[in-house]
Design a protein around this ligand. Sequence first.
Ligand SMILES: [Fe+2]
Length: 363
Amino acid sequence: MRYAALLVAAIFLLAGCGTAPQGAPQGTTSEAAADDFSYDEAQFPGAKPWTHENFKDDPDEFQFAVLGDRGGGASPLGVYEHAMQQLNWLQPAFVMSVGDFVEGYTTVQEEMDEQWEEFEEIIAELQPPFFHVRGNHDINLPLTRQAWTDRRGPQYYYFRYKDVLFVVLDTEDAERPMPENMEEDIATYNRLKKESQEAAMAFIIEWMQTPEAQEAFGHAARVDFPREQIDWFKQVLADNEDVRWTFVFLHEPVWDNPSDAFTEIDEAIQGRDYTFFAGHTHYYDYDLLNGQEYITVASAGAAFVHDGPGNVDMLTLVTMTNDGPEIAGVALKGLFDRKGLDPEMFGSYDRAPQLGPEGEGGH
Ligand SMILES: [Fe+2]
């Protein structure tokens, strides 16, 4: 019961309900709330045991989630698989992503097929729709590019949902050479994952320290977006000037290392309300540029490359309110089943070794 109450409280806070100042109603009560909420008014001739009646149920407001990288050393503990279940608990309207779904970097067709089929099996567990973004692991080589085209279609696209614009850009449009030893290292990791979780985890920790891995995962590349994609982006903005917000999703946080091409993209979006989301570095980062938010989400199972507090397996929950987005970072370890904590889910819990026999001393 205690755990169930905690979960309900956590979800309440995530939904933004916990942040409303007491006794200071904001916005207006929706018509739906006025119809849906009733009580015995005679019981409360004076004070009421609730703060106000502005329920957060405006049909124009909605929630979506953003999930970070899996590929780039996907955890053998099945973090991404668990995230599917956790997203089903939260029930966002849909789930966005920032790319790197498979390990890729292979020249063997059967290997590529096996990787995508494994990923598609995982994603099939998700109840809300899932929107793909191209990452370097997904499309680095001609064979993997073709696999993307066959399975996922266009490399960049947009859609509208409730008068909000969602634009997916492709930071991997221009071909780049494969880092040295990458195919061999990825193949070794994929083999170890099938043989031993421990061996796979030991390998990935060591591999992420190598100069090759640091080069591949450690920072955003200076991305030269092709002219065609830049012009397409400008046209999408021009065709959707009436939206109330614009979200842009792309794999690499290109604002950290801006090319002239990205500067042109960034200039094109000025004058609107917008938010950028990227991944790739497997490390949470937040930038406020031009008065707007540029967010780099951390992993959903991809290996940690950096040291520091940004190392976290997470999802991001965005509530699109009438006043703009509320954004909550959620550590996957912080979300558990209503039946209680499941030690199988995350492999282990940080505080478990401190509890003593039979959980003695735990509170
Ligand atoms: Fe990446």
